[in-house]
Design a protein around this ligand. Sequence first.
Ligand SMILES: [Zn+2]
Length: 266
Amino acid sequence: MPELPEVQTIINGLRQTVMSKTISSIMEKRQGTLIFGEDINICEFGKIESIERRGKYIIIKTSKDLKLVIHLRMTGKLIYEEDINNSSAYSRAEIIFSDKTKLIFDDVRTFGKIQILMINEKIKSIEKLGVEPLSNKFDVKYLENKLKKRKAPIKNSLLDQTVIAGLGNIYVAEILFRAKVNPVIPANRIGIVKLKNIVSETKSVLMEAIKYNGTTISDYRSVENKTGEFQNFLKVYGKKTCECGAEIMKIKQAGRSTYFCEKCQR
Ligand SMILES: [Zn+2]
């Protein structure tokens, strides 16, 4: 599933390819992919004026007071296509531009959605999102406050989008490894030094991953259909042996695989 670095890479690609283009139509290729807002009123889609990220959401605003809110879920991809006649195997919707180029929303598993709303309409799941981890608001005080009543394991708490927006299974594994924190420890029992480590390692892991255009384990591709490179820098996720020589443990937490080193993460 694309996490913050992958979504940010996609946004950087969109800004280079479709910014300022005029949307002439949006075609649904598979029913249920497009979701329209309650008070939607479309005469024209208008010109793309901004492309922003919030958590794992992509928010595209246009000159006609509309916004497209895209969540890629498991396998969603946005592919920029210069030839309007080209498509892709799992095209679910296509955003057509007035210059005869298009953006294909390709999604094998079909969990991804494009919401089309008036610019002021709020989305509950976005309103509830926690802090952006790369912003200054994400600091040790914020984290301490958010975790002080949580008895769930630290790994589950970091995956909770209402605590921190944008983290997923891969980056939480890497963050906890670098911060030397065992993922099964209850969140409210982590001391201030380790909390500081988690904050600083979250920022550095995400920044590095963005620099390498994200992590490609299976489906993820950038807008230009390129893979990320951060998979080459992973220390625990999907690994068998730690750099200390110990075996990497693989357990299940809340139905998801957790990778960690018992020797390095205490
Ligand atoms: Zn180790």
